[in-house]
Design a binder for this molecule. Structure first.
Ligand SMILES: Cc1cc2nc3c(=O)[nH]c(=O)nc-3n(C[C@H](O)[C@H](O)[C@H](O)COP(=O)(O)O)c2cc1C
Length: 218
């Protein structure tokens, strides 16, 4: 019976209901970020046209396309409406890098979110090491085991507030073989870190694994 028809109103669980058109923006944010969890962290490294390196994390981040490979970052405006350095650099230079955040680097990742004045680099402030890329001028984070070199594909300005969504095409991958088993990036070796609600981060402590009929779920 269950699942074959809509439950009657009496049997349904009681939910709190929210209409985004009628609640505070902060409350909408809390509903979104408390529910869409965990979120991966796109740790973006860039260089300005003046040559200043920049590093910042973004958890409104995901992979959006495989052929060609593309990723996206949602980069909110600052309270005064200005653009964050990452977006300015990705637009002006047409390039950025993604760096994987792991247990080793998560605290410095959080520190890199504090923002620096123009001309000052989060690399210097956090002590992380910028290393050269192959196809882009944006640096990579030496302490991260995975880097994607990206060319800015498009910046879409969403809705009435023109909220920026940066889409990048990955033009080069770097993966430390220490985090691989065979052809696969091995979660038990990578120790990835994601974002939960607020400033809570998570890593993989317990692995839930099962096999599909035709082999492992890879
Ligand atoms: C874990 C984490 C995730 C974040 N995710 C986002 C995000 O998705 N979008 C955003 O605009 N800011 C996000 N931030 C805040 C930015 O990292 C922060 O505003 C940073 O100073 C921007 O730096 P920039 O001006 O150098 O680009 C996040 C911060 C942390 C710690």
């Amino acid at each position: 019976m269950s699942g074959s028809r809509l439950e009657t109103e009496e049997a349904a669980r009681e939910y709190l209901e929210f209409d985004p058109a009628k609640i505070e923006r902060r409350e909408v944010y809390r509903l979104l970020t408390g529910s869409v969890v965990p979120r991966p962290i796109g740790w973006a490294s860039t260089i300005s046209k003046e040559g200043v390196t920049n590093l910042a994390p973004f958890s409104f981040f995901t992979v959006v396309c495989v052929a060609p490979p593309m990723i996206s970052l949602t980069i909110a405006r600052r309270p005064d409406g200005s653009k964050k350095h990452t977006l300015v650099n990705a637009e002006e230079t047409g390039e950025f890098c993604f760096n994987a955040v792991t247990e080793d680097t998560w605290e410095r990742m959080v520190d890199s979110a504090n923002g620096c004045p123009d001309g000052v680099s989060e690399f210097g402030v956090t002590g992380l090491t910028p290393i050269p890329s192959v196809k882009v001028k944006a640096p990579r984070v030496k302490e991260a085991p995975i880097h994607f070199e990206c060319k800015t594909h498009q910046v879409i300005y969403l809705g009435p507030n023109k909220h920026p969504l940066l889409i990048g095409e990955v033009v080069y991958f770097h993966v430390d073989p220490a985090v691989m088993t065979g052809k696969y990036i091995d979660m038990k070796k990578l120790h990835p870190v994601g974002r939960l609600n607020g400033f809570l981060q998570c890593t993989l402590g317990k692995f839930l694994e099962r096999e599909f009929k035709d082999g492992m779920a890879r």
